[in-house]
Design a protein around this ligand. Structure first.
Ligand SMILES: [Zn+2]
Length: 72
């Protein structure tokens, strides 16, 4: 009997690019994002962050909201 093993070496990964309008919730429903931040030494809070955020669930890339987004 002949057996053939096939190894799957590549994986299809679909990720959304949602950059543009700042969003709070991803299309997958997740509200948890991964961002690059810099800490403020005095307040010990986030002092600065980059606007590209990555969804913690599905890996979609989106634009992070800022304080002035809601102002007209
Ligand atoms: Zn997502």
């Amino acid at each position: 009997m002949l057996c053939v093993e096939v190894a799957l070496t590549s994986q299809l990964v679909l990720m959304f690019d949602l950059r543009g309008e700042p969003i709070f919730v991803c299309v997958c429903g997740s509200k948890m994002w991964n961002l690059k931040v810099m800490w403020d030494n005095e307040t010990r809070q986030v002092g600065m962050y980059l606007l590209d955020q990555v969804c913690d669930e599905c890996g979609a890339v989106a634009t992070a909201p800022t304080e002035i987004d809601g102002c007209d």
